[in-house]
Design a protein. Structure first.
Length: 384
């Protein structure tokens, strides 16, 4: 996980450096123009430098920096226009305004507020073009700035659309997964309650024939009630909404082996190992079911994004040294064909849903490259 995060960090850092370098070169052009044009043109590089600072601080002070930059740019354009001084639109100033406009359209909520701010930036850019009418070229400047703003607005709107589309898709996956968890909660509670009812009926019969055996029977009923409450506490964050879906039998370790064997028959071969201390009685039903779903999703992704020439190693291990015990499922895909594009958990909606299931049980899910060069999925569940 550390390696993938480090790669993403360096990519973002290099893109940031490139953008600041681009604005810095524009600022040098503004300085050269201020010397040749003269008059109040010296104010333009100062505004460009302020724009670069606003871009550097845009993640922390997005709105305040954008508004301050708009006010600064508009004021300089107004001063140059009212004094009839020579003036040329600043390239670094304009570049900073366009970058900030893209960020506002992408991140600021609600979208109405972002749209209004982007229109204000258009007004400021038009004031920059017409107010700095060097050699009667204000109309040409305004046209160029309008074209640049249109491109920036299109980029910002597209990025926002993609971001909202992604958010809606992730929300839908999580909602569907929670409904599935709710159905499992229904089945678990029904299972435990049925056991309690049966044991209570048995205790009633025993009380008539052998009163001294009632206390152990009551202890068994209490134990079944504790198991039911434990299962409900692990899944209490979800609510049941519907129960039309077909239900499958409770998952066992044998089902996990069958799943890997079927996958091996039509895809890369899977070596599946179950560690010492792991059996059907060790794992709660909700954990067992989620393990099955995680293994199924991991193998499905391997089938989609890896070639048949590779091989897969999967293991299920129990760690009693952890408080209450910890069970870990790890699936690793070796060989050629691993898809580096799936380098983050957000790359697949199936894994987003699996993460939702695992976290609902107090565990964690990781999917990404490991130091050995394999793609791996790791799911851990605390049992205590």
């Amino acid at each position: 996980m550390g390696d993938s995060k480090r790669i993403v960090y360096w990519i973002r850092s290099l893109s940031e450096i490139a953008m600041i370098g681009w604005l810095g070169m524009m600022l040098l052009v503004d300085v050269a123009l201020s010397v040749s044009v003269g008059g109040l043109q010296f104010l333009v590089p100062i505004c460009g430098a302020a724009g670069i600072v606003a871009v550097l601080l845009r993640r922390r002070y997005r709105l305040r920096g954008f508004v301050a930059m708009l006010a600064f740019s508009f004021t300089i354009s107004l001063v140059i226009s009212l004094t009839n001084a020579n003036g040329v639109p600043g390239s670094a100033e304009t570049g900073a305004l366009l970058v900030l406009t893209i960020g506002v359209l992408r991140h600021v909520a609600p979208v109405r507020k972002a749209a209004v701010l982007s229109l204000v930036s258009l007004v400021v850019l038009m004031a920059e073009g017409s107010g700095r009418d060097f050699q009667s070229a204000g109309l040409a400047f305004s046209f160029l700035l309008l074209a640049a703003w249109s491109m920036a607005a299109g980029i910002g709107g597209y990025l926002r659309f993609q971001q909202e589309r992604r958010t809606e898709a992730v929300t839908a996956v999580r909602r569907a997964e929670r409904l599935e968890l709710a159905r499992e909660l229904h089945d678990l509670v029904a299972h435990h309650i049925t056991g309690i009812v049966v044991q209570a009926q048995a205790a009633k019969t025993v009380a008539e024939m052998k009163p001294e055996a009632v206390v152990p029977a009551l202890d068994a009923i209490a134990g079944a009630g504790v198991d039911a409450l434990t299962s409900m506490r692990r899944l209490v964050s979800v609510l049941r909404a519907e129960d039309e879906a077909d239900r499958k039998p409770g998952t066992t370790l044998a089902d996990l082996r069958v799943l890997t064997e079927r996958f091996s028959a039509n895809g890369p071969r899977v070596a599946f190992e179950i560690g010492h201390g792991v059996d059907d009685s060790t794992l709660p039903p909700e954990v067992m079911t989620t393990l099955h779903r995680v293994l199924q999703e991991a193998l499905t992704n391997i089938r989609k994004h890896a070639s048949a020439s590779g091989w897969v190693e999967a293991d299920l291990r129990f760690f009693p040294a952890s408080p209450g015990g910890l069970v870990r499922l790890r699936v690793r895909n070796f060989g050629a064909g691993a898809d580096s594009r799936m380098s983050r958990l957000g790359g697949g909606f199936g894994l987003v849903g699996m993460a939702e299931r695992v976290e609902a049980l107090g565990g964690r899910l990781y999917a990404g490259p490991n130091p050995e060069g394999a793609w791996e999925v790791v799911a851990e569940f605390p049992l205590g």
